[in-house]
Write a protein of this length. Structure first.
Length: 198
């Protein structure tokens, strides 16, 4: 490099003139040659061509010079694979449709159950507020439903004055509890004695 008069400049003069703020050591470090990055050959970066048929697994014929790489060994394998793919897609579509229909049916059933439960709760509240046999029958019915869910016991079905069960809430495996079975036995014995006296 030369100055305005055409005289050659030393390296120290060039550095002092054009890079006054950069230390000498930093310039020397920048002049070091960086090692070349390791690069793979172009052949290694290219995807490898398949060597076996996607459908049957047999060897593929020699690849063509142009066009896409072959995936099937013959037209029969290509058609068979297309049938398999179409069948798989159809089954997947049917499965998604079946799941959608089942989800909609479950949602409708849950909605209906919620509406029935809300209606039963309203009727139960009205019966409790009314009092009397209606309240006793409503309490007995609710307790009967809870007991029946366990599947082992039932409730005594001793009737109220209106003829509906609800006068007794004792658990039993029979129609009536032991207390009311004894009462029925006593009444039957009394009727038998009255008939014998006639």
């Amino acid at each position: 490099m030369r100055d305005v008069r055409g005289r050659a400049l030393a390296s120290s003069q060039v550095r002092a003139r054009f890079f006054p703020d950069i230390p000498r050591r930093a310039l020397a470090r920048n002049r070091e040659i960086e090692p070349e990055k390791e690069t793979r050959p172009k052949e290694d970066r290219m995807p490898k061509r398949p060597t076996s048929c996607v459908y049957c697994g047999g060897p593929l014929p020699p690849p063509a010079l142009t066009g896409r790489p072959r995936s099937f060994c013959s037209a029969q394998c290509r058609q068979a694979n297309e049938r398999v793919v179409v069948s798989r897609n159809l089954h997947e579509k049917e499965r998604r449709e079946r799941e959608r229909l089942e989800a909609e049916a479950t949602a409708r059933r849950e909605k209906l159950e919620a509406e029935v439960a809300a209606r039963d709760e309203r009727e139960y509240r009205r019966a409790i507020e009314a009092g009397g046999d209606a309240a006793a029958e409503a309490k007995w019915q609710r307790l009967f439903d809870k007991t029946s869910e366990k599947g082992r016991w039932s409730l005594c079905q001793w009737p109220l004055a209106n003829g509906e069960p609800g006068a007794c809430t004792n658990r039993t495996a029979d129609v009536y509890c032991a207390k009311h079975n004894r009462q029925l036995d006593r009444e039957s014995e009394q009727q038998r004695r009255r008939r014998s006296e006639l």
